[in-house]
Design a protein around this ligand. Sequence first.
Ligand code: ADP
Ligand code: ADP
Length: 232
Amino acid sequence: KEVIKTKGISRIYQMGDEVIKALKTIDISIQRGEYVAFMGPSGSGKSTLMNIIGCLDTPSEGQYWLSDQDVSDMTENELAAVRNKEIGFVFQSFNLLPRSTILDNVALPLVYAGVGKEERLERAQASLDAVGLGNRVSHKPNELSGGQRQRVAIARALVNRPSIILADEPTGALDTKTSYEIMAIFNELHQQGNTIIMVTHEEDIANYAHRVIRLRDGLVERDEINQNITKV
Ligand code: ADP
Ligand code: ADP
């Protein structure tokens, strides 16, 4: 079952007189339950494509279906609703609220989804249990290590039971050992049937994914099954 499909999408940025074609024609299909890494040099279009896949931006041309909905021409409000329902974001920089407890951080997407308080706290607790931080719920982010903060961010990404987990350089701010711990969690989420899409610069991180899509100059240069998946 297809969760993501793009047909001929492009993204053009206009900067004064200059026109930058950040994405040319991208055709991608991702099935539910896949674990995909996007790679490519700086400027190849990874962020632009991730912003479109994550419904933070729309293509200039072409069509994009997310869970069978055509999101290419949606308004800002419609996109925000799809984003809240369908996508769990994990960022390089964690993006946690510093003054809130980790329980409240994880529960936040459920506030936007209109879930009642009791259920919010229950689901946030379950999500933190799943990443091994169930005993830290009342801590603030700055009382945790970088790896623990990223696990909080993963718990937050999961709490809405999204169709896809979109991770932008999830290990970019972490040391090697902690990065592998995060990859171990991704592996487990993948085994549980989650769809994971991550952007990374690092070959050894991309090697945890089951499929690697390489971008260059706004085009898919290679799209292949990973034959040497790193086991954890
Ligand atoms: P990557 O994430 O692979 O580094 P990007 O998607 O950030 O690549 O950028 C692709 C191309 O689009 C680059 O040439 C970049 O300079 C350009 N670009 C990205 N964002 C913008 C923007 N907001 N305005 C103008 N040009 C942009
Ligand atoms: P970096 O990986 O360089 O630290 P981020 O991952 O924080 O950068 O941000 C990547 C993109 O996601 C940016 O275009 C930003 O506008 C967007 N973004 C950042 N935080 C959020 C958020 N909480 N919800 C939705 N979009 C976000």
